[in-house]
Design a binder for this molecule. Structure first.
Ligand code: NAD
Ligand code: WQD
Length: 346
C-alpha cells in the first residue's frame, strides 16, 4: 500500500511540485494548506495532473486541534514534508512577529502532533539564506551559518535549531533539512507553477511578467558588484529537480535505523549564474527580447552564492537533470498559460 505523506504548504509553489513528484513516485500525498499564499485551483490542477483524488485539508498548521484531526482521519502518516511558512523577506522586516508566529509556530505545532502520533520522519524546507554572504564558494553544509539578514532568514535558522534540539529528546524524530538555493521554473504540463501575488520580488517571475507585457521593464539591481559582469550571482534550480530531492530525502530517512538524527543538505545545481546571464539565457530559450535597465543595488542582497552539492549527490543519490534553459522555458510556458487562463476568466 502507498505510504501517506503529509505535505504542509502543499498548495504552494514548491509544495505543489513535490506533491506531483510524490504521486508519480507511488506515495499517497495528503495536502494541508491554509491558502494564505496559494489558490484552491492548485488542488484541482494537481488532481488533473496526477489522476488521483489527493486528500486536501484547508487548515492552519499552527492550529493543534485541526492538525491532530488530520493525523486521526487521514490514516497513518508515514512522514511529513513541511513547507508551510511565510517567505517574503521584505514583509518579514516590516512585520517580524507575523514571521516568528507562523514559521516557528507551525513547526512546533507540527512536531508536537507528530510526537503524539509516533510519526518520526520529517523533511524541512530550509534555505541558503542561512549562509548569508559566505567567505568561500561554493558553500558546503559545513560552511558556518551567519547572523540572519532578515527575520525571515532568522526563522529558518531557528527552525533548524529547534529540529536539532528536538532530535536530542526522547521523542522519535528523524529529520532532513534541505537548504534550497533559488528555485525557478514550472511543471512541464504548465498546470502548476509559481503564483506571485502583486509585483514579484523574485527575479524570474519579474522576467516572465516583463516578457508578457505586465511589467514595463526589468530593473537589474546593481551592476557594480565584484563579479565578472558586475551583477549578482545565484544558484538557480529547476523546481522539479528541487521537488525530486524531497523524494530522495524521504527514502534516505526511511533507510536510517539508528534512531533519532538530524542531517542537512544543500539543494542547488552547483553552478552560479549572474542576473545578466539569466536575461541572456531567457532570451535564448524563448526568442523574446527582454526590456531591462540598470538600477541601484537592492538593500540586503548578497553578492554571490552557489552550492556545493557533493553531499546530496553522495548520500541522497540525487542530482539535477534539468538545465537553466529548461527552467526558463518552463517559466515562460507557465506565464503564457496563466495569461490564457486569465483571458478565459478562470
Ligand atoms: P509558497 O508561499 O508558495 O508556499 C507556502 C505555502 O504554505 C502556501 O501555499 C501557504 O498558503 C502555506 N502556508 C503558510 N503558512 C501556513 C500555515 N500556517 N498553515 C498552513 N499553510 C500555510 O512558498 P514556496 O516558495 O513554495 O516555499 C515553500 C517553503 O520553502 C517555505 O518554507 C519557504 O520558506 C521555503 N523556501 C522557499 C524558497 C523560494 O525561493 N521559493 C527558497 C528557500 C526556502
Ligand atoms: C535574485 C537576483 C537580485 C529581482 C530570495 C530570498 C531568499 C530565498 C530566495 C527563501 C538578485 C536580482 C531580482 C529584480 C534583480 N528565499 N533581481 N531585479 O534575493 O537570491 O533570494 O529568494 O528562502 O531568502 O532572499 O532571489 O529572485 O529575489 O533575486 O536584479 O527585479 O536577481 O538582486 O541578485 P534572492 P531573487
Amino acid at each position: 500500500m502507498s505510504k501517506n505523506i503529509l505535505v504542509t504548504g502543499g498548495a504552494g509553489y514548491i509544495g505543489s511540485h513535490t506533491v506531483a513528484e510524490l504521486a508519480a513516485a507511488g506515495y499517497a500525498p495528503v495536502i494541508l494548506d491554509n491558502l494564505s499564499n496559494s489558490h484552491v485551483s492548485v488542488i484541482d490542477n494537481l488532481r488533473a495532473l496526477t489522476g488521483q483524488e489527493l486528500p486536501f485539508f484547508e487548515l492552519d498548521c499552527t492550529d493543534p486541534k485541526a492538525l491532530n484531526e488530520v493525523f486521526v482521519t487521514a490514516g497513518p502518516i508515514a512522514g511529513v514534508i513541511h513547507f508551510a511558512a511565510d517567505k517574503a523577506v521584505g514583509e518579514s522586516v516590516s512585520d517580524p512577529l507575523k514571521y516568528y508566529r507562523n514559521n516557528l509556530g507551525s513547526l512546533i505545532t507540527l512536531l508536537e502532533t507528530m510526537r503524539a502520533h509516533d510519526c518520526a520522519d520529517i523533511v524541512f524546507s530550509s534555505s541558503c539564506t542561512v549562509y548569508g554572504q559566505p567567505e568561500t564558494l561554493p558553500v558546503t553544509e559545513e560552511t558556518p551559518r551567519k547572523e540572519a539578514e532578515s527575520p525571515y532568514g532568522n526563522t529558518k535558522k531557528i527552525c533548524e535549531d529547534i529540529l536539532m534540539d528536538h532530535v536530542k529528546s526522547q521523542a522519535p524524530i528523524k529529520c532532513v533539512a534541505l537548504r534550497y538555493f533559488n528555485p525557478i521554473g514550472a511543471h512541464p504540463s504548465a498546470l502548476i507553477g509559481e503564483l506571485p501575488l502583486g509585483i514579484p520580488n523574485n527575479l524570474v517571475p519579474f522576467v516572465t511578467q516583463t516578457a508578457a507585457g505586465i511589467r514595463e521593464q526589468l530593473t537589474v539591481f546593481g551592476n557594480d558588484y565584484n563579479t565578472p559582469d558586475g551583477t549578482c550571482i545565484r544558484d538557480y534550480i529547476h523546481v522539479v529537480d528541487l521537488a525530486t530531492a524531497h523524494i530522495r530525502a524521504l527514502q534516505y530517512l526511511d533507510n536510517q535505523d539508528t534512531g533519532n538524527f538530524f542531517d542537512v543538505f544543500n539543494v542547488g545545481t552547483g553552478q552560479g549564474n549572474s542576473v545578466f546571464e539569466i536575461i541572456k539565457a531567457f532570451e535564448a530559450a524563448t526568442g523574446m527580447t527582454l526590456k531591462h535597465k540598470i538600477g541601484p543595488r537592492r538593500k540586503g542582497d548578497i553578492e554571490k552564492i552557489f552550492a556545493n552539492v557533493d553531499k546530496s549527490a553522495k548520500l541522497l543519490d540525487w542530482s539535477t537533470t534539468r538545465s537553466l534553459s529548461d527552467a526558463l522555458k518552463s517559466a515562460w510556458e507557465w506565464q503564457k498559460a496563466l495569461g490564457a487562463r486569465e483571458k478565459r476568466g478562470e
